[in-house]
Design a binder for this molecule. Sequence first.
Ligand code: DSN
Length: 431
Amino acid sequence: MNNTQNHPAESASIGSAILDRKAIEQTDPEVFAALFAETERQHYGLELIPSENYVSRAVLTAIGSVFTNKYSEGYAHKRYYGGNENVDTIETIAIERAKALFGADHANVQPYSGSPANLAVYYALLEPGETVMGMALPAGGHLTHGWKVNFSAHFFSSVQYPVDPETGLIDYDVVWELAKEHRPKLIWAGATAYSRIFEFDKFAQIAEDVGARFAADIAHISGLVATGLHPDPVPYADVVTMTTHKLLRGPRGAMILAKEEHARSIDRAVFPGLQGGPHDHVTAAIGVCLQEAADPSYTEYCKQVVANAKALAEELVKRGIDVVTGGTDNHLILADLSSTGVPGKVAQQTLDRANITCNANMVPGDKRSAFDPSGIRLGSPALTTRGFKEAEMRMVANWLADVVENVEDGTTVERVRNEVIELCKQYPLWY
Ligand code: DSN
């Protein structure tokens, strides 16, 4: 796809998003070309994948910093290599900010990403073969919560709870019954495609009732939890995991929050249990994003994320597109395209041609496969960072519906693409 619709002056401005353009352009023109094209793609496209966002220039600078040169196995002031005084500083800053933002006893900021963070939880809290319970992938859960193709179902005995196929909602009585029947040692709450509130207090009650540990994976909703816009799992959960690159708007990494009693076993599970040297450039950027998230402007951002998701959902419903659960309480929408006759994958690919990026996704009770599902997953974090408000989200919903209704019609796709590009020019990326 050629996204370039721009004047040379605009091209220079897009290039400024590449922090040291000259260095990479001269050293490696091929990688530079792809980097420039990706920067253009992000600039001239609407990013609706709910797990993606745009980091600040400060975060981007920290990721691209000399901290990438360092090895620092261990933890602050207990390292296996010399020269770690500055790494100790940034890791301590990131930990203290994470604890303060989420009100947690303990934080580990070293996991490389969400799956390694969740693997560390298993390593710390379970023995191989013990039973784990999580939300099923087709219901919106994550692979690492016990889905059959993942380590979490190979090395542990897995029980998966569904959502109600009619309402798309978690039925806590069903979760409770399954827990009583299977007596898991660990229960997960958290999802990648669930648009409603998690009642963490109920999960904690169920876990206590059956003698299980309780883990909350808040990768998607971390920002809403941090800003009080979603119920807080920290008082209830033994451990809370999250990636840092979604709504939190940080680098690609992860954190584990833990109650004091699990602090040592979580730290030992991450290092030396699973990982070697932490990615210190990422740790530096996690510190920066946590500083940004503590600013009152981040709360305003998160409020707008929710308002924008609601506006998008409402407009889609008006256009006759089925939204699972009828709407959203968070940043995410799951649209069920079954009634349109357009498979999710076809919608995703056609929307791509109109510079609208989303991902095909299973919906509750889906009759199609995970690779070719019935729905698409949408979210508001990236467009909200870009400055969109409810009015722009309604425009986006109408373009989306126009494309889905006209997947065979190249003229409509081309018209929407041109309109998308014009709107994107009004909301340039700030780099
Ligand atoms: N891949 C992430 C998402 O898109 O939600 C989950 O790990």
